[in-house]
Design a protein around this ligand. Structure first.
Ligand code: NAP
Length: 307
C-alpha cells in the first residue's frame, strides 16, 4: 500500500520512515511538510495539493503535533483516505470523537496509535497482572525535555500537553495492562511562569480494589530517562522499565518477546491489518486521564523555562 507521511519532524525521521521502509506492506509514496523531505520521495508542501494530485495514495500517516493535526485528519477522511494518528490522537477529546464519527460515515480506517503499548514487555505485564490483586502501582516517567523535544515550543503551548506528552505514553501502558479501569482523583501541575503547559506533575488515581495508584512526571531529569511502572500485588512484584521494554517479575528478568520487534514496526503492521479489515481503533482512555488531570489539577508555580 502506498502511504503519505505528513509532518517530517523528529518522530517521522526517528521512527516512521525506518518502520515504513522496513515493511514490505508499505511504500512511502509522498511526504507533506513545509520544511522536511525524504530523499527519493515526492515531496509536497501543501496537504490539499497532495490529496488532489495523488488520489491513488489511500493511506495518510499524520506525524504533526496534536493541535494542527485535526484539520489534516478531517481533510484526509473527507477525501476518503485511511488515517493513522500519532499520539495523542488529538488536542481534545471532542475532536477525537468527531474524527471517529467522520471515519465511520466515510467508511475509512482510523487508528489512534499508542506506540508505548507496542513496547516489548507490555503484553507480558498485562498477562501477569490479569489474575492478581493489585496493592500498589507507581508510575515514574522522568526525562529531559531538552533531549526529547529540542526547541519544540509547541509542547509548552496550549494544547501541547507539556509533560503529559511523554506522560500519556505511561498512561497508554497503564490503561492497557490493568484488568480494571482506574480514574484520576487529584493532580498537582507545575507550570513554568512563562509557559502554558506543565513541566512536572503528580497524579493519584482511584482503583476499584483500593490499590494505591500514583504517577510522577518530570521533564527536567538530566541524563538517562526513568520510564518505569512498578506494581505490588498479593502474589508478587512487577517492575516494567525502559518504557515497557524490560520486565522483571520478583527479581527475574522476563524473556524477549518473539515475532516482529520494535514499537513502530508493530504500529504499521497493525495499520495494515486495520486497512485490510476496514477497522477503526480509536481508544481514547489515555487522553481521558490527561484531560482529567487538567480538569482536577491544582496549579503550582514553577521557575521559568528557557531552552
Ligand atoms: P516536531 O518535530 O516538532 O513536529 C513534526 C512536524 O510537524 C514538524 O517538523 C513540522 O513540519 C510539522 N508541524 C509542526 N507544527 C505544525 C503546524 N502548526 N502546522 C503544520 N505542520 C506543523 O514534533 P515531533 O517530535 O515529531 O512530534 C510530533 C508528534 O509525534 C507529537 O504528537 C508527539 O507527541 C509525537 N511523538 C514524538 C516523539 C518524540 O520523541 N519527539 C516520540 C513519540 C511520539 P514542517 O514545519 O516541515 O511542516
Amino acid at each position: 500500500m502506498e502511504i503519505a507521511l505528513v509532518g517530517i519532524g523528529k518522530i517521522a525521521v526517528d521512527q516512521h520512515i525506518p518502520a515504513i521502509s522496513d515493511n514490505p506492506d508499505w511504500e512511502l509514496a509522498a511526504t507533506v511538510s513545509r520544511h522536511g523531505t525524504v530523499k527519493g520521495v515526492p515531496a509536497f508542501t501543501d496537504f490539499d495539493t497532495m490529496l488532489e494530485e495523488r488520489p491513488e495514495i489511500r493511506v495518510v500517516s499524520l506525524c504533526l503535533p496534536p493541535v494542527p493535526r485535526f484539520d489534516y485528519a478531517q481533510k484526509a477522511i473527507l477525501a476518503g483516505r485511511h488515517v493513522m494518528l500519532e499520539k495523542p490522537p488529538g488536542a481534545t477529546l471532542s475532536e477525537c470523537h468527531t474524527l471517529e464519527a467522520l471515519a465511520r460515515k466515510h467508511r475509512v480506517s482510523l487508528y489512534a496509535t499508542w506506540h508505548s503499548r507496542q513496547a516489548d514487555k507490555v503484553a507480558a505485564a498485562k498477562d501477569w497482572l490479569s489474575d492478581r490483586r493489585l496493592r500498589k502501582l507507581a508510575i515514574r516517567w522522568r526525562e529531559d525535555v531538552r533531549q526529547w523535544h529540542p526547541g519544540q515550543d509547541w509542547v509548552f503551548e496550549a494544547g501541547g500537553l507539556g509533560v503529559f506528552d511523554p506522560g500519556i505514553n505511561a498512561l497508554s501502558i497503564l490503561t492497557e495492562i490493568l484488568p480494571v479501569p482506574v480514574h484520576l482523583t487529584g493532580a498537582e501541575l507545575h507550570f513554568p511562569e512563562n509557559r502554558d503547559t506543565p513541566i512536572a506533575a503528580q497524579c493519584a488515581f482511584h482503583h476499584p480494589d483500593g490499590a494505591e495508584v500514583t504517577m510522577d512526571l518530570d521533564w527536567l531529569e538530566p541524563g538517562t530517562p526513568t520510564w518505569t511502572i512498578e506494581a505490588e500485588t498479593d502474589t508478587g512484584h512487577m517492575l516494567l522499565e525502559n518504557g515497557g521494554g524490560t520486565l522483571t517479575i520478583d527479581g527475574q528478568t522476563h524473556d524477549a518477546r518473539p515475532g516482529l520487534s520494535g514499537e513502530y514496526p508493530r504500529l504499521y503492521a497493525q495499520m495494515a491489518e486495520l486497512v485490510a479489515s476496514g477497522g477503526i481503533d480509536m481508544d481514547l482512555a489515555p487522553l481521558c486521564h490527561v484531560a482529567d488531570a487538567f480538569l482536577l489539577g491544582r496549579r503550582i508555580a514553577a521557575p521559568r523555562f528557557d531552552w
